[in-house]
Design a protein around this ligand. Structure first.
Ligand SMILES: O=c1nc2n(C[C@H](O)[C@H](O)[C@H](O)CO)c3cc(O)ccc3cc-2c(=O)[nH]1
Ligand SMILES: C[C@H]1O[C@@H](n2cnc3c(N)ncnc32)[C@H](O)[C@@H]1O
Ligand code: MET
Ligand code: SF4
Length: 444
């Protein structure tokens, strides 16, 4: 039970963001001047500050030699981050299973192939026991994370969802998330990471008792992509940038170790991409709760409204990874998914792109599963762990499994963990706060 009186006082709401015009292409000299400021550690991280916005927007345009220089600065900053965190040379991933608790959604994101209609599904939701079955299959392979990713509040749109919830004695989708996560925790000992879309402060507080970490992508601050027909987020009430920004901030107030990030290439321009990263940096500084920022590249899917749009340009994406690294406060990991790199079914080009992401300053590959597909990007299989280890080693790093909650939060359990979660997290953590390496059951 959460009492409103237990909740922290509302922080003053962050100031509104201005709509930014499409920026002009900077000259190479402009880019070099911004690189000089970045090299001096002089980039500001205030999304209201025109100078901060201009520098980040300019750096996002770096290509050729300037892009190489940008990657060099980002890699140096990543190395300093890893040293400060006490794990120099370590690049992490989270061995996980993916639980698509429901693929019904009240939103209509034009890039999404995950959301579907009731007629194409055997049931509106996975049953608790089906969730446990997936979790156990993961535990048997040494996974420690159960990622709950699902559509937002489908009961507001689909009677099939309402009927299922009523038949199961549940009020909302988030009630089902709560109960299924609790069952995973109690019956398998694995750690839930919740990615259910928009949550309010009370919901964050309640779910905090059953999951050591949660996440929600900011996606973008570009309101025009939400408010105007044709925009990627037109028709998706849960993708209003101001609303999502509040969720990311509220997670800090609820003391939830949190994952957020941006989606690159959904129609946002460079200034909007810069603003999105600055908003995340500011939230991280205020709440100290952002454990990682995901920079994810848009990939067009056949059965979606954006099927005809080009994939995110890879150099633009790599520049976004590097700028994210340069403007996030130290302590925030930067993650890019390894399965969205490279051409489809071409492991050589995937390895090449993954190497570039390491040069751009990532220190984490996110969740990788030996058991379940990436249901958000089903056409893109995970690289094998051996291949990922090789790419990581070739860049001079050791690939190491982590928990869903990062070591800096494991080390401060009173602040960041609900009392019920301290023992389950400690049971899976090694002395450094990373994952205690568990062999797959078959190999024991
Ligand atoms: O397999 C995926 N995992 C996704 N993850 C999971 C992520 O790879 C890991 O589970 C987290 O790093 C926690 O360990 C997300 C987690 C979030 O909190 C927010 C967004 C995502 C997005 C994806 C995704 O598209 N595909
Ligand atoms: C779970 C997260 O996956 C991302 N996501 C959803 N669809 C796509 C796509 N076509 N390409 C890349 N990322 C996608 C969104 O950022 C969402 O928040
Ligand atoms: C499957 S998308 C990830 C979860 C949620 N629907 C969101 O878009 O934030
Ligand atoms: S991206 Fe998330 S919110 Fe958008 S349609 Fe897909 S499931 Fe729904």
């Amino acid at each position: 039970m959460v009492f409103l009186a237990d909740l922290p006082d509302p922080a003053p709401p962050p100031r509104g963001l201005v709509e930014l015009p499409e920026p002009a292409e900077p000259s190479r000299t402009d880019v070099r001047v911004a690189l000089g400021r970045a090299a001096d550690g002089a980039l500001a991280d205030d999304p209201q500050d025109p100078a901060a916005l201009l520098d980040a927007t300019t750096l996002l345009a770096a290509r050729g030699e300037e892009l190489d220089a940008l990657l060099g600065l980002a890699a140096t900053r990543r190395d300093a981050h890893l040293r400060a965190e006490g794990r120099p040379g370590v690049v992490t991933y989270s061995p996980k299973v993916f639980v698509p608790l429901t693929r019904l959604c009240r939103d209509r994101c034009h890039y999404c192939t995950f959301a579907t209609v009731p007629g194409r599904l055997p049931a509106a939701y996975l049953e608790r026991d089906e969730v446990l079955e997936i979790a156990r299959a993961g535990a048997a392979q040494g996974c420690t994370e159960v990622l709950f990713t699902l559509g937002d509040r489908p009961e507001e749109r689909w009677s099939a969802a309402r009927d299922w919830l009523v038949a199961h004695g549940l009020g909302t989708t988030l009630d089902h998330v709560h109960d299924a996560a609790q069952a995973v925790l109690h019956e398998t000992g694995m750690l839930p990471h919740l990615n259910p879309g928009v949550m309010d402060l009370v919901e964050l507080q309640r779910l905090r008792a059953v999951a050591p970490s949660m996440g929600m992508m900011l996606e973008t601050t570009a309101t025009r992509l939400w408010s105007r027909p044709g925009g990627a987020h037109y028709g998706s009430p849960d993708k209003e940038p101001a609303l999502r920004r509040r969720v990311v901030d509220d997670a800090g107030r609820a003391r939830v170790p949190f994952t957020s990030g941006i989606l690159v290439g959904i129609g946002e321009h460079r200034a909007e991409r810069a603003q999105s990263l600055l908003v995340l940096a500011e939230s991280a500084r205020r709440g100290e709760h952002l454990q990682e920022v995901i920079v994810q590249n848009f990939r067009a899917k056949p059965d979606t409204a954006m099927r005809g749009e080009p994939d995110a340009e890879f150099d633009a994406f790599v520049a976004a990874v590097a700028v994210a690294r340069l403007i996030m406060p130290r302590g925030v990991s930067v993650q890019a998914p390894p399965n969205l790199a490279g051409d489809l079914d071409d492991s050589a080009s995937a390895a090449q792109d993954q190497a570039l992401l390491l040069r751009a300053g990532i220190d984490d590959w996110g969740g990788v599963s030996p058991v379940t597909p990436d249901h958000v990007n089903p056409e893109r299989p995970w690289p094998g762990l051996d291949a990922l280890r090789d790419v990581t080693a070739a860049a001079g790093f050791t690939l190491t499994p982590r928990l869903t909650i990062y070591p800096r939060y494991v080390r401060d359990p009173n602040r960041w963990l609900h009392p019920d979660l301290v023992d389950p997290v400690i049971a899976l953590a090694d002395p450094d706060g990373l994952a205690r390496v568990r062999r797959p059951a078959a190999a024991r």
